[in-house]
Design a protein around this ligand. Structure first.
Ligand code: ADP
Ligand code: MG
Length: 286
């Protein structure tokens, strides 16, 4: 590991490596800070990050709700939550009189609940277009749940359509996972532009909580170069925590549990717990 002059090790982002302190226990719970995990590119680690960040925060005693907001239902599947013949986020969007508590499912992880999604959600994109205040419908749903949680994470679908705009309108912050691969930055400008527009027109307090480098492979020059370019472009908005590439993630997904439970000692589990501590240290989570 490279070190600074005073012997502090440097992390992969080129800044001094902080371990971040264990978050202090909370005395009470809620209201939740709501964070969207967002990138219109698929396969960058949104769902993996939502699951493992949620589980890590829950391990630190935070009450966490993870909202599956992708019609593919990968978050639900990754936590072994049934998505058929159960109320999903779709029903909550379509029927504003419905109590959103009825769609909440507890997971095997203490303090972690989920609202599932399935393919029905793809119809909402079309159905909501003619609604009054169509961008704020998810916000209305989550407002009723916020008092019960410390943090609500929204796993967005890979698009910048109306559902994603709903997620950004409902959120206090956004975390953008970026795969350390060629073209990682392609599309990020458009995403930032969308975030700026939502802030201007719909949600003035929306903040960029950080960009998270994922699937980083320290052994390849390529990964290091991509990360360097991301840091050049976004500076301190790049989170210090970097998620390494490992086959443990596909394995954990298949088993339907977070990697923090599947292989708690694995470097990737440690990385997600560190991400949770970093977000608490940054004030993005209570
Ligand atoms: P998204 O939600 O952005 O589409 P996913 O979280 O579903 O991305 O990740 C895409 C695929 O990459 C999944 O098969 C997942 O298991 C795998 N994956 C995610 N993070 C990593 C990682 N750090 N190392 C290796 N594979 C990963
Ligand atoms: Mg996903």
């Amino acid at each position: 590991m490279v070190k600074t002059k005073d012997d502090t090790p440097l992390g992969p982002t080129g800044r001094p490596y902080h371990g971040f302190p264990t978050p202090p226990a909370l005395i009470g719970h809620g209201p939740a800070r709501i964070i969207a995990l967002c990138n219109q590119k698929g396969g960058v680690g949104k769902t993996t990050t939502t699951i493992n960040l949620a589980a890590s925060l829950a391990d630190y005693g935070r009450k966490v709700l993870a909202v599956d907001f992708d019609p593919q239902g990968a978050l639900s599947a990754g936590l072994a939550i049934p998505t058929h013949d159960v109320p999903t986020i779709y029903e909550l969007l379509i029927d504003s009189r419905r109590d959103p508590h009825t769609a909440i499912v507890p997971t095997a992880v203490e303090n972690l609940d989920v609202i599932p999604a399935n393919i029905d959600l793809s119809a909402a994109e079309v159905q909501l277009v003619s609604e009054v205040a169509r961008e704020s419908i998810l916000s209305g749903v989550l407002r009723k749940l916020a008092p019960d949680y410390d943090v609500i994470l929204i796993d967005c679908q890979p698009s910048l359509g109306l559902l994603t705009v709903n997620a950004l309108t409902a959120s206090h912050g956004v975390v953008v996972p970026l795969e350390c691969e060629f073209f990682a930055l392609r599309g990020v400008a458009l995403l930032i532009e969308t975030i700026d527009k939502v802030r201007d027109r719909l949600n003035p307090s929306l903040t960029l909580d950080g960009l998270l480098a994922t699937m980083y492979d320290a052994r390849t020059l390529h990964s290091r170069e991509v990360l360097e370019r991301v840091v050049e472009a976004f500076g301190d908005d790049v989170l210090e925590t970097v998620i390494g590439r490992t086959v443990k993630f596909p394995d954990a997904s298949v088993s339907g549990v977070p990697i923090t439970e599947f292989a708690p000692g694995h470097a990737a589990a440690q990385a997600y717990r560190r991400l949770a501590r970093e977000l608490v240290a940054r004030g993005a989570v209570a």
